[in-house]
Design a binder for this molecule. Sequence first.
Ligand code: ZN
Length: 299
Amino acid sequence: MSDSPAQAQDLLDRALESGRIHSSYLLAGPSEVVRDAALGFARGLVCIGDGPKPCNACRECMRSKPSEEPVDLDGSGKSGPLYRHIGDHPDLYWVDKGRDGTRVRIGQIRATQKALRFGANEGGYRVAVVADAEWLNHEAQNSLLKLLEEPPDRTCLVLASASSAPLVATIRSRCQKVRFPDSNSGDLRSGDLSEDRAIVLSRFDCIRGNTLPDLLDWAEEYRGSRAKAAEQVEVMLDIGSSWLSEQIKICVSEQQHVVRAQLDAHKTLSQCRKDLVQRNANPQMVAERALLAVRKSVA
Ligand SMILES: [Zn+2]
């Protein structure tokens, strides 16, 4: 169990690092957060690079890089495929309810099951992510259970669910549960977050998995007209500061050196805001400095 999103992510990172992988995971928490975490974990399982996984640099990571506009799935198979690959990696499968779907359907689970047993295998892990798992209907859950009971060798199943409650107990008990909490952390996560803010927040929740090029890419999104970019960077700094405060609260009792690093990062973000607002600094440069400071503080 985990008390914070950061701890939940840490649990997955440590599994990747140690290579001790369960045959199935249930990630429960805010939809975008658990989808991202499941994606990173699946990609990490086939990554062959050094250091934190996914490294985003090795051959496997190149293949598993998610496409910017992934094809929409359709559980009935009429308007889209039942599942897709992550990027174009032959060993990584992704299932969700699709844009218009109201259910993850049994046909999707069966098709994925078949692909897992008979599909290509590049020698490493085969991974299937079932996102929107709270929308698995009863039939589909039963079908999934068979897979959980007799997992093929070197296969990992990752369920990403807004809540574990809609899943039958027999599924829950077979999975390693990783909870990404979303409501016990004070102001940052309670109340109505706009979509933009929620997206930035979920990215900070995953910042541990970001490499330097990831962060530079992120900062590069704040290019273009200054007024708009500056406004977006202000939002990012705002969320980043609250996120750091949350992290500080979490580990204030146990790891003093981490707190020190996070306090420093917090100070850097205040300085960044000043530079942005009062000194007319370049938003992208400010964003780079802020993101690197936050990433360093959670290393
Ligand atoms: Zn890699």
